[in-house]
Design a binder for this molecule. Sequence first.
Ligand code: COA
Length: 261
Amino acid sequence: MSFQNILEHTEKGILNLTINRPDKLNALNKLTIQELSTALDKAASDTNVKVIILTGAGEKAFVAGADISEFAHFTTDQGALLASEGQILLFNRIQNYSKPIIAAVNGFALGGGLELAMACHMRVASDTAKMGLPEVSLGVIPGYGGTQRLAQLVGKGKAFEMIMTADMITAEDAFQWGLVNYVTTAEGLLKKCVEIAEKIIKRASPSAIASAIRAVNAGFDSDKNGFDVEISEFGKCFGTDDFKEGTGAFIEKRKPIFVGK
Ligand code: COA
């Protein structure tokens, strides 16, 4: 399957998904959101894909936001639909995806772009990256989960500051505030993401990772009790082939070979 706005490349268990609209600073239009969602559907059942790295094409931007030209004339109902469809199709899907997704933030990550990075399980930024939620300067608020995920990651005070001032912050500030896991040079960005991905692929049971994602996310879901979900996911692990393999390999002093079930 070929896409118009995204590039896919899988190597050694790592799927690189690149948003490829550099002339529009990789702004998220409807087609790009649909294509990313379809690529995630495909990768979910592809056993060759263990970890996904999501980035933007070119040196300037990860994603400079939702495509403003597409929604500038929207009504109240269309605005609400834009946010709810995007959240269901892409942003919540990434957060709840059963394989790790790492955002490689290679430049501007603004509005929907920062929201996309925040939906991922981890973020690595190049020292050239600039991050912000400038929506209030357009007379709107973040609609792809930004008001929630930013406050979860950096705390309410810093989240309010970023949202109210519409300021862009540097990668170094984002690191100090806990918004990104690492800051690298622009050249070292993908290498750092691959290094994290390789550690996961080498060490971790895919079925245990999926359980961990469900348990951690449950703690941020007001309809769930994270501790209860952890107990249930912990118990489920005991019924997996990966658990038998992981514990068996430890006792037999050999490296485990996980099947992800
Ligand atoms: N939606 C649609 N198009 C966008 C976009 C967005 N969010 N961000 C950038 N673009 C387009 C620009 O319109 C321009 O297209 P054009 O060449 O056809 O005119 C192209 O990308 C390059 O952007 P430009 O503004 O010329 O680059 P710059 O270096 O002068 O400024 C930014 C870079 C990121 C500061 C600026 O593009 C910007 O402020 N973008 C919008 C950020 C935003 O508000 N995002 C939140 C949206 S909810």
